[in-house]
Design a binder for this molecule. Structure first.
Ligand SMILES: [Zn+2]
Ligand SMILES: [Zn+2]
Length: 345
């Protein structure tokens, strides 16, 4: 219905949530984008708020310059060109496609890599335009709110693929610690469970986040301040889904000799690091950034198949109420590890 309305009555303007200055996002009219050659126009159904959007909101990301429409975790319907009517998830990474890394299928390492919601207008809007090669068809009948989780799920999946290559034995025989109960941390725990990991612990300092993780029930949950004895040199795999000096030092203390430390979080880049333990215990430290197109396709299938549970922990809000979602996230007032905004409700 919505799409027919659009086709009959093409709009020049749309509503969007625009990052206008530090700690401020404004819901307002913006020009509706027109697709260039090779691009499609997408009506956005559902779009998640990412930790990196929060980082930008705080004015801490020099790469995201206001005024800018943020948002890159999106699902929608194609409303222009030959794929019109197809439901899709967006691959938000715009890469050159011709460099050595792109040709090797490692687009996430492309030196020309750009991102919607950073270098281009993002998906906190009614519409977006993007190259047709960045569209991934959604499985028939899938809930777009679940599909909007594809990007963070692909981030976790990519990290676990890299970890698996460096682990001495399969993770199904070992223990894993996940630091951070946001969506990437939680999805990593869910993926680890689906891979049969023997024992999964997740820690977070936010009691609301801990409560949600406890309810999902895929792992043992603790507060690292209350139970520091759990950080004890005993995990084959440690995933830092926060990326601060404190969580990095926690990771190094937690990982067992010969283990793997997977660094995903992008909170703060510098700080002390115990390289002596890394050396003496032969720890493998791996940095991981985003995903390949293949990871996105695989993550979408996993979300659709139920491998990652019923996903009832996602909280939905209208895009028009996006500003309050940002301020609630900022205040640590939300139990949901993922807020998905809906532009057309
Ligand atoms: Zn994201
Ligand atoms: Zn490239």
């Amino acid at each position: 219905m919505l799409m027919e309305g659009f086709l009959q009555n093409e709009q020049k303007h749309m509503k969007a949530l625009v990052y206008t200055s530090a700690n401020k996002v404004t819901y307002r009219d913006e020009p509706s984008p027109e697709p260039a050659r090779g691009e499609a126009k997408i009506l956005i159904d559902a779009v998640g708020i990412c930790g990196s959007d929060m980082h930008a909101y705080h004015g801490e990301d020099a790469r995201r310059v206001p005024p800018l429409i943020l948002g890159h975790e999106a699902a929608g319907i194609v409303v222009s060109g030959n794929q019109t009517g197809q439901r899709v998830v967006l691959n938000p990474l715009i890469t050159c496609g011709t460099c050595k890394d792109c040709r090797d299928g490692r687009n996430n390492l492309c030196a020309e890599r750009k991102l919607i919601g950073m270098n281009y207008p993002g998906a906190f809007a009614e519409y977006i335009t993007i190259h047709e090669k960045n569209l991934i068809p959604m499985p028939e009948g899938m809930n777009p709110v679940h599909a909007a989780l594809t990007e963070p799920a692909a981030t976790s999946l990519h990290a676990l693929h890299l970890a698996q290559r460096s682990l001495h034995r399969p993770i199904s025989e070992g223990r894993a610690l996940v630091i951070g109960g946001g969506s990437v941390g939680l999805l990593a725990a869910l993926l680890l469970r689906s891979q049969g990991c023997l024992e999964i612990l997740l820690c977070d300092t936010n009691p609301l986040r801990r409560e949600t993780a406890i309810q999902i029930g895929c792992c043992n949950v603790f507060d690292p301040d209350q139970e520091p004895e759990n950080i004890n040199n005993s995990f084959e795999l440690v995933i830092d889904a926060v990326g601060m000096e404190t969580t990095r030092s926690m990771s190094i203390r937690a990982v067992r000799p010969g283990g793997v430390l997977m660094h995903i979080g992008l909170q703060h880049g510098s700080g002390d690091c115990d390289f002596r333990k890394i050396t003496l215990s032969e720890i493998t430290v791996i940095g991981t950034y985003t995903y390949t197109h293949r990871d996105l396709q695989a993550a979408l299938q996993k979300l659709h198949s139920g491998t990652l549970g019923d996903l009832t922990w996602i909280e939905e809000r209208p895009l028009a109420e996006g500003a309050s979602a940002f301020s609630d996230l900022n205040g640590g007032r939300l139990a949901a590890p993922k807020i998905v905004l809906l532009p057309h409700v």
